[in-house]
Ligand binder design. Structure first.
Ligand code: PTJ
Length: 246
């Protein structure tokens, strides 16, 4: 990462790409994760590579949901682990959420590598190893979750998630928060809180909002949640991508 000059106009994008490449080399990120990154990068370019106001609203609402939750869980896949491992640990600490490794392309080797990587970044408990429950209506391998983790969670953050799984989780009556740069993708379309932003910016901003709201009364948190308009957030993001304005 030291090789990329910080004043390079595409610094963040190059850094992101480099982290994904390192993730693949370390056995954390799946090769498909490189394609996912390429798609994300194109959408981010069109968004202006910044957190648009409606995404900031979504990040604040997401923080309020996590603080209100009884059993919040943050799901970690190979891209998330490569891009924001320490930042996910900080968000978990700020909101009292659990971390669960949950992979689309599940292998014991990748689960182990990602768990170790999260521990190196300060995580204590990492769920996802037990895989003793299943998300209904998904094929066996892709449905594996922890009974006391994602399966029981009332609020779940699923960044960069596959559409089928986002839909199946949503049908389980959970509050689902999705981070995805493509507002037309099925995952943000089904999410209760769609966050159309780069995960690199979204997660630290959610932590900032969580810290600012940490002493708020329950009624104030509920107001933040209720005032968020998911349709408008999706429309604003699409408008920004298509026309470069809001
Ligand atoms: O690690 P695994 O095995 O669980 O696999 C993870 C991937 C991401 C490979 C898998 O879930 C997958 O193939 O996902 P998709 O269907 O490619 O969806 C990824 C979505 O994330 C796309 O809509 C991208 O635009 C978006 N995306 C990519 N990079 C970022 C992003 N969104 C936010 N921030 C990013 N940095």
């Amino acid at each position: 990462e030291e090789e990329i000059p910080e004043d390079h106009p595409r610094y963040q994008d190059l850094l992101t790409r480099h982290r994904i490449e390192r993730g693949v080399e370390k056995g954390i990120t799946h090769l498909q994760g490189m394609h996912a990154e390429g798609r994300g990068s194109a959408f981010d370019y069109l968004l202006g590579e910044e957190t648009i106001p409606s995404a900031d609203d979504a990040e604040r609402a997401a923080a309020a949901h996590l603080l209100l939750a009884d059993d919040p869980v943050l799901s970690i896949n190979g891209n998330v682990a490569a891009l924001v491992p320490g930042e996910m640990v900080e968000l978990a600490d700020a909101t009292g959420a659990d971390l669960e490794v949950n992979l689309f392309n599940r292998t014991p080797e990748r689960i182990g590598a990602i768990t170790a990587h999260l521990r190196e970044h300060g995580a204590e408990d990492v769920k996802g190893l037990e895989a003793d429950a299943r998300i209904p209506n998904l094929d066996h391998q892709r449905a594996k979750v922890d009974e006391d983790g994602i399966y029981a969670a009332d609020v779940v953050l699923v960044p960069l998630e596959d559409g089928d799984r986002a839909e199946a989780l949503n049908e389980m009556d959970k509050t689902e928060i999705v981070i995805d740069l493509n507002p037309l993708s099925r995952s943000p379309q089904v999410a209760d809180v769609p966050i159309v932003d780069n995960i690199i910016r979204a997660v630290p901003n959610m932590t900032e909002h969580a810290n600012a709201l940490t002493d708020a009364e329950e009624a104030e948190l509920r107001t933040v949640v209720e005032e968020f308009d998911r349709e408008r957030a999706l429309e604003n993001a699409e408008e920004r991508i298509r026309n470069g304005e809001l």
